[in-house]
Design a protein around this ligand. Structure first.
Ligand code: PHE
Length: 455
């Protein structure tokens, strides 16, 4: 009897973590962003570097973040502060918490804009706009959406409101769970689309585009984008995973849980990439380097031309919205938790204030697609700039500091207590990665990726 009970307790809490963490990790990053940045950076080599970044840099840092959360049991800002105190680390490590909170809000600002596109596509699907559509017309519909700033603001505001409402009521566990029950459905739909890609698109070409070794075309900037995306897609470098680490009971298995989230996340991204490129390669009017609109131009062509496509298309964009929703709450929650813990703010006030700030900043991204399209700083429009600074600089930098803090500053005994019993072998491999491999790799990529832009 006792055994059954133990088994059940650890099973359910194990899944609470995996579901919450996967809810945060699987989002627009996988379905919208990964395919288009892979396309912009030439496919093949980029994808391999991205997978390497996931395995040797991002997963060890994810283990580190989850472990910090389990040790600190507070919002990221205060968890880091407590751990710095108890380990006599330099005060400057506090920047991890602050940078995380700011990165979260900045990412949310444009995340809501893109999720807004998905919302508007639900409407298009339902109203049948995409019935029998070709790639040219799908492109036109997308361009028209981008030109219409009032419509963009409407959908952006709606998504921001959805996010704020969930965090006000603090029902993110509920949403996480709901989203995760629906996530397998998203997965099944993606597989269905893959079959469509195989039958009607050019899956073989998509495959060799994504997995071919074309290392000549790989630049340091592409490596930096791959690294940044490894952080972005796993939701690390901004405190979200620290928050979810708190859910984990003392005896649960960090390594295998983190690995599970990593595998799920990568699979969704790769399948989405295969689907989208198999459609792109049979429609000459869609460029593989089409940028942020890639998914919104290619998938309507697929849905518009398959049996029952408008129904599947509607379900698909609903699921994408849900996946984005369960990620967006984890972008804002660390900041809210901090305001409540340390500034004596009510949850209601904190959620409204932060949602409003992210919404205002997001207007800059809305305008990047129309009235500010030509306004560039260092070659980036506002949306690209925010995306570049957060994903490619802030997240890796904060991950680097997390690695140094846990690898070099916090007492080994404390870290061993959390991880050693899980698997001594994995623990030593991880320790080596977090002390040397991850920090060095992040430093090299950051320096090589950013330096040429500065000189
Ligand atoms: N991982 C999410 C995605 O891939 C985005 C995200 C980043 C969420 C950072 C939380 C924290 O869409």
């Amino acid at each position: 009897m006792k055994n059954t009970k133990n088994f059940h307790a650890s099973w359910s809490s194990r899944w609470t973590f995996i579901l919450a963490a996967a809810g945060s990790a699987v989002g627009l990053g996988n379905i919208w962003k990964f395919p288009y940045i892979a396309g912009e950076n030439g496919g093949g080599a980029f994808v391999i570097v991205y997978i390497l970044c996931i395995v040797i840099i991002a997963l060890p840092i994810m283990v580190a973040e989850v472990t910090l959360g389990r040790m600190g049991k507070k919002s990221p800002v205060n968890t880091i502060r407590d751990l710095i105190q108890s380990s006599d680390a330099h005060k400057s490590f506090n920047i991890i918490g602050w940078m995380g909170v700011s990165a979260g809000l900045l990412i949310l600002s444009y995340y809501a804009v893109i999720a807004g596109w998905a919302l508007s596509y639900i409407e298009h699907m339902i109203s049948g706009t995409f019935h029998n559509i070709n790639a040219e017309n799908a492109g036109l519909i997308f361009d028209n959406l981008l030109k219409n700033k009032n419509e963009l603001i409407f959908w952006q505001s709606l998504f921001m409101l959805m996010t704020v409402i969930v965090v006000i009521f603090g029902i993110n566990k509920g949403l996480g769970l709901a989203a995760q029950i629906l996530m397998p459905l998203l997965f099944i739909l993606l597989i269905g689309l893959l079959i469509f890609g195989y039958q009607q698109g050019d899956l073989a070409k998509a495959f060799s585009f994504l997995f071919g070794f074309n290392f000549e075309s790989l630049s340091w900037k592409a490596v930096l984008v791959a690294l940044g995306h490894a952080f972005f897609t796993l939701s690390i470098g901004m405190g979200a995973m620290m928050t979810y680490g708190v859910y984990m009971p003392a005896d649960s298995r960090v390594f295998s849980n983190v690995l599970m989230v990593g595998i799920l996340d990568t699979l969704v991204a790769l399948i989405a990439g295969l689907v989208i490129f198999s459609i792109v390669f049979v429609n000459p009017s869609i460029e593989s380097s089409a940028g942020p609109g890639l998914m919104f131009v290619s998938l309507p062509v697929a849905f518009g031309n398959m049996l029952g496509g408008l129904i599947f298309g509607t379900i698909f964009f609903v699921l994408v919205t849900l996946a984005a929703w369960s990620s967006s709450i984890s972008l804002i929650e660390p900041a809210i938790a901090y305001l409540i813990e340390s500034r004596k703010c009510t949850r209601l006030m904190a959620s409204l204030a932060l949602g409003f700030i992210a919404w205002i900043i997001g207007l800059g991204s809305v305008f990047s697609f129309n009235i500010w399209a030509e306004e560039k700083i260092a070659g980036f429009n506002f949306f690209e700039l925010i995306d570049f600074i957060t994903a490619n600089i802030m997240l890796p930098l904060s991950g680097l500091l997390v690695a140094i803090l846990i690898g070099w500053k916090i007492k080994s005994k404390m870290v061993e207590d959390q991880l050693l019993s899980d698997s001594p072998r994995l623990f030593f491999a991880w320790k080596w990665a977090i002390k040397f491999v991850s920090p060095l790799a992040v430093i090299v990529v950051l320096v090589m990726g950013i330096y040429p832009r500065l000189v």
